[in-house]
Design a protein around this ligand. Structure first.
Ligand SMILES: Cc1ncc(COP(=O)(O)O)c(C=O)c1O
Length: 403
């Protein structure tokens, strides 16, 4: 953990905990590295579902070409925060109201999930026009990935054979402009598998367009760049990815390639900081019970991994009895919920962990607070802080979100 962040965490009071701390300089630096690695012809959207924290979105807006939103709520939220940002509206199960709102808001792209959805849009258009991308579920072999949205029967996108019906709808509705195709087939891909998949997608897309005389200008290959929670330092290799994209793009000179990653962009800038309430031993196994838990940070429960963490020792101890501790042994870090599923890390080796020490969970900037079941057991919500080296220490917002 960098020292400015550690200092900030040191200034948090016990009452501030649990706390989410977002490291905005880290986010800027990471984004700069991503941008620098990508060829100019690649447009970078951020998938807002990963983390739609307002200050994160405003920070991102300086570096990305736009945002991918997947609900009317995300659409209003992003529009309200960054009114001039380009928006692509995707996701399954869009309601008629959401589609109408997207058309009213003038979203730059609609990612169409089905013929039914396309017909709804055509019926809603009136005098308006909209650029659409048809989402395709390609029959690719994905191998081992964290989450597969395509390549097998799935509710996401359309089988290739169904696209021709969409072309008929588009032919009869001139205000529907077919810009290209959209694919988000998997999450958790390393740079090599992602490049191989992108290659397969681009080749298929050009071939499909050629056989149907479609003027294809854009292909969005989605997000899904892998994040390895077991090796926090081993990040998706954006330089290798960017370098690998160059020859692919050279083979498809007319296409604009879009990507819309979420997890790989914001995971690293977030920390969930909490405190040890109790250390217990059960049949020889050490458990640290922490304030908070998976109702604040659901990521390890959702993905079935151990969340990486750092212990921040706190030497204050004013009780007249011996401070409970675990030393040089594996400890399972659990939360306050009455369920055995409330586990943040299993059997993690610690040098020393005592009641009152702080624990900072890393990689908590994506699919963390926003996917958690906040209401379960009615514990207080965490407080939220943004560390920004450009600002005075007092500027990190200390608001506790309403329970
Ligand atoms: C359509 C679409 N695009 C982008 C993303 C972002 O994926 P990731 O956060 O794995 O990069 C998702 C995630 O579910 C998605 O469904």
């Amino acid at each position: 953990m960098r020292s400015a962040l550690l200092e900030h965490i040191g200034r948090l009071t016990d009452d501030d905990l649990p706390a989410y701390v977002y490291d905005l300089p880290e986010l800027r630096e990471h984004l700069h590295a991503i941008r620098t690695a990508l060829p100019k012809r690649v447009e970078l959207l951020y998938a807002a579902k990963a983390n739609s924290d307002p200050r994160i979105l405003r920070t991102l807006a300086e570096h990305v070409d736009g945002f991918e939103v997947a609900s009317g709520g995300e659409l209003s939220h992003v529009r309200g925060l960054v009114p001039d940002a380009q928006i692509a509206f995707g996701g399954p199960g869009k309601t008629e109201k959401e589609l109408a709102r997207a058309l009213d808001a003038g979203v730059q792209r609609l990612h169409i999930e089905s013929e039914q959805e396309l017909r709804l849009v055509a019926a809603l258009l009136g005098h308006r026009s909209v650029d659409v991308l048809l989402r395709v579920n390609l029959p690719v072999v994905l191998g081992r990935v964290a989450l597969a949205m395509g390549g097998h029967p799935s509710p996401f996108g359309m089988d290739p054979a169904r696209l021709d019906r969409c072309l008929e709808v588009i032919a009869s509705a001139p205000r529907l402009r077919l810009r290209g195709l959209h694919f988000h087939l998997a999450s958790g891909l390393g740079e090599r598998p992602h490049l191989a998949l992108t290659d397969e997608i681009l080749t298929w897309a050009e071939d499909w367009a050629h056989h149907r005389a479609v003027d294809l200008t854009e292909v969005n290959v989605g997000g899904g760049m892998g994040v390895d929670y077991t090796h926090p330092r081993r990040k998706f290799d954006w330089r290798a990815f960017g370098a690998g994209l160059r020859p692919l793009l050279a083979r498809h000179p007319r296409l604009t390639l879009r990507i819309e990653p979420g997890r790989s962009v914001t995971a690293y800038c977030g920390w969930y900081v909490t405190q040890v309430l109790d250390i217990k031993f059960s049949r020889g196994h050490a458990f640290a019970v922490l304030r908070g838990g998976t109702h604040h940070l659901r990521t390890p429960a959702a993905k079935q991994h151990d969340q990486p963490f750092e212990v921040i020792p706190d030497d204050r101890w004013a009780r007249p009895w011996q401070r409970p501790e675990a030393c040089d042994e594996p400890v399972t870090l659990v939360g306050q919920l009455c369920t055995p599923k409330d586990v943040l890390a299993r059997g993690a080796m610690v040098e020393r962990l005592r009641v009152g020490d702080r624990v900072a969970f890393a990689m908590a900037g994506a699919y963390a607070w926003n996917i958690s079941h906040h209401a379960f057991l009615m514990h207080p919500h965490p407080t939220f802080h943004h560390v920004d080296d450009a600002e005075s220490p007092a500027s990190g917002g200390y608001a506790r979100q309403p329970s």
